[in-house]
Design a protein around this ligand. Structure first.
Ligand code: MEV
Length: 479
C-alpha cells in the first residue's frame, strides 16, 4: 500500500455564464495551467496534520478529508497533508476548489481506489458547499475534469467536454488581472438581493445569458472564435446590467477591444479579479499591451489544462534506447517523448522471478507510476536506458524494485504496442525465494502466484494484469 501520494489540480476561468449558473443556467468554464499540488501521507502520529501555508481557509482541506475518508471508507487518523501552490486566491482562479479537488483525489488513491472524475467532482462539490454555502460547482467541475466544460448545476448535473483553442494557432485567450481582489460570496449575495427585488428583470437577464452560452458552445464546436468573441461582448453587457462589473474591469475590457480583440468580458464573480479577451495571432501583442497600458496585469496561463492528476515520481527527462522493428538502435529519446509517441519503439526488459516451487512473483505497480498505475505487472520490469543493454537493465530493475541481486536468463522477446507507447521487450527469468525489499515508491505489493491461482484471479476480475505482463508470461509460456 502506498503511504504517500502527490496530486495536482488546475485553476479555472469562467468563459461565459457566471452568476446565471448559480440559478440553474449553463456556463462554459476552462481549466488553466496554474496548478496547486497536494501531498497526502500516512504517518505514525495520531489525528490529522496540515501544512498549507498558501491556503487561506483550511476548512476546505479539513472538510475534504472528512468527506473523502467517509466516502472511501478510510480513516483520517495519521493523515498528513501538505500543499504547494503558485497561486493563492489572488487572481480568482479558484484555488480553494483546486486544493479541495486535489486533496479528495489524493485521499481516494491513498485508500487504494481508482477514482473517477465524477466521484472526485461529487465529493469535492459536497466539500465546497459545506464550507462556502453558495456556488454552482463549476470550478470543481473544471478542476475534476479539466479541459473546457459545459456545466449546468441542478438535480442532475451536466458536465460535457467542449473543444477550446487546443491545436488552434490563430486564436488566443488573454487574461488580465484588475489588481482588485473580489469576494465571490459577497457578489453572489448581492445578485441574490437583486433577484429578490427585481425577479423578472434578473430572470430575463439569466435566460438571455443561457442563450449566449448555447450559442457560444456551438461557436466553439465550429472553432468560430470571432463569433465567440462577439458572444463574450454580449455576455459582458448583461453582467454590467446585473451590477457586477467595475470601473477597472470596464477599462481593461475596452482597452482589449481597442487593441483589436474579437471580444472581452469579466470572468468570474466580477467586482475585480480577472477579465479575459479572445484575439487573433496578429492582434495578440496589441491586446496584451493595451491591457497593460490600461493598468492591468497580463497573467501568463493557458486554457484547456489537464484536470486533477497524480504527479508522477518518474523522471521524465531520462533517455531511453529507440530502435527499429528489428531491434537496431536508432538513437535516444526522453521518457516523456517515448510515452507520448507510439512511433518511437523503445527497449524494455522484464524479469519473471520464480520461487523453487515454480510460482511466479508479480508486483502491484505503485499509484505514482506514469504507466499502468495500480495494476499487477511482472516481478520487475523497466526501460533500457542509454548506455545499457537488456540484461544490465533487467538486473538493475531487480535491484531497484525488489532489492535483490540474482542471475537472470534470457527467455524471449516480443513487440508490444500500448495506447501511449511502443516497446521492444526482452523477458528474463530468475529463481529466488526471498527475502525481497520492495521499493515502496515503485511497488505497492508483491505476491507469488501458482499458474491456476493466477488464471482464477484474472478470470474473476479480482486482479488486473498489465498487457505487457500478460505478453511476457505468454512469451515464457507460463500463461
Ligand atoms: C464565480 O467565479 C462565478 C459565479 O457564477 C459563482 C459560481 O458559479 O459559483 C458568480
Amino acid at each position: 500500500m502506498n503511504n504517500k501520494i502527490t496530486t495536482s489540480a488546475p485553476g479555472k476561468l469562467m468563459l461565459l455564464g457566471e452568476h446565471a449558473v448559480v440559478y440553474g443556467r449553463p456556463c462554459l468554464v476552462t481549466a488553466v495551467t496554474v496548478r496547486i499540488h497536494v501531498t497526502v501521507s500516512r504517518q505514525g502520529t495520531p489525528g490529522l496534520t496540515v501544512n498549507a501555508p498558501q491556503t487561506k481557509d483550511l476548512r476546505f482541506i479539513e472538510k475534504a478529508v472528512f468527506h473523502a475518508t467517509r466516502s472511501f471508507g478510510a480513516s483520517h487518523d495519521g493523515l498528513h497533508i501538505e500543499t504547494v501552490s503558485p497561486f493563492t486566491g489572488v487572481y480568482g482562479f479558484g484555488s480553494s476548489s483546486a486544493v479541495t479537488t486535489a486533496a479528495v483525489y489524493a485521499i481516494g488513491l491513498l485508500s487504494g481506489r481508482q477514482v473517477s472524475p465524477r466521484q472526485t467532482f461529487d465529493i469535492s462539490y459536497d466539500t465546497v458547499m459545506d464550507v462556502q454555502g453558495v456556488g454552482s460547482g463549476f470550478d470543481v467541475a473544471a478542476a475534476s475534469y479539466g479541459g473546457t466544460v459545459y456545466y449546468r448545476n441542478g438535480d442532475i448535473k451536466t458536465i460535457e467536454a467542449v473543444p477550446f483553442l487546443s491545436g488552434h494557432t490563430d486564436a488566443h485567450l488573454v487574461i488580465g488581472y484588475s489588481g482588485v481582489k473580489s469576494s465571490t460570496v459577497e457578489l453572489v449575495t448581492q445578485v441574490a438581493a437583486n433577484m429578490k427585488t427585481y425577479p423578472e428583470k434578473v430572470t430575463r437577464i439569466f435566460d438571455a445569458i443561457a442563450d449566449l452560452v448555447s450559442e457560444g458552445k456551438a461557436a466553439l464546436e465550429k472553432s468560430d472564435y470571432e463569433k465567440f468573441g462577439k458572444i463574450m461582448d454580449f455576455n459582458q453587457e448583461y453582467l454590467r446590467d446585473l451590477g457586477v462589473s467595475s470601473g477597472k474591469l470596464e477599462d481593461l475590457i475596452s482597452a482589449a477591444r481597442r487593441g483589436g480583440a474579437w471580444g472581452a468580458k469579466l470572468s468570474g464573480a466580477g467586482g475585480g479579479d480577472c477579465m479575459i479577451a479572445i484575439a487573433s495571432s496578429d492582434k495578440l501583442e496589441a491586446v496584451r499591451e493595451a491591457i497593460t497600458r490600461a493598468g492591468g496585469e497580463v497573467v501568463n496561463a493557458d486554457p484547456d489544462a489537464q484536470g486533477v492528476r497524480i504527479e508522477t515520481t518518474d523522471n521524465q527527462a531520462e533517455l531511453f534506447v529507440v530502435v527499429d522493428k528489428n531491434d537496431n538502435i536508432l538513437g535516444f529519446r526522453s521518457r516523456a517523448d517515448c510515452h507520448g509517441d507510439t512511433s518511437l519503439i523503445h527497449r524494455a526488459a522484464g524479469v519473471a522471478v520464480f520461487d523453487s516451487g515454480g510460482r511466479v512473483l508479480l508486483q502491484k505497480r505503485s499509484l505514482t507510476k506514469d504507466v499502468d498505475p495500480g495494476v499487477w505487472a511482472l516481478s520487475s520490469a523497466g526501460h533500457v536506458k542509454k548506455d545499457e543493454d537488456y540484461e544490465t537493465c533487467a538486473r538493475r530493475e531487480l535491484k531497484e524494485e525488489l532489492g535483490i541481486s540474482a542471475p537472470v536468463v534470457f527467455a524471449g522477446k516480443f513487440f508490444y504496442r500500448g495506447a501511449h507507447e511502443t516497446e521492444m521487450d526482452s523477458v528474463f527469468t530468475a529463481t529466488y525465494d526471498g527475502p525481497f525489499i520492495p521499493n515502496s515508491e515503485e511497488v505497492e505489493e508483491i505476491r507469488f502466484f501458482t499458474k491456476d491461482e493466477l488464471l482464477r484471479k484474472l478470470l474473476s476480475g479480482e486482479i488486473k494484469l498489465s498487457e505487457c505482463a500478460y505478453q511476457s508470461l505468454k512469451t515464457i509460456r507460463f500463461l
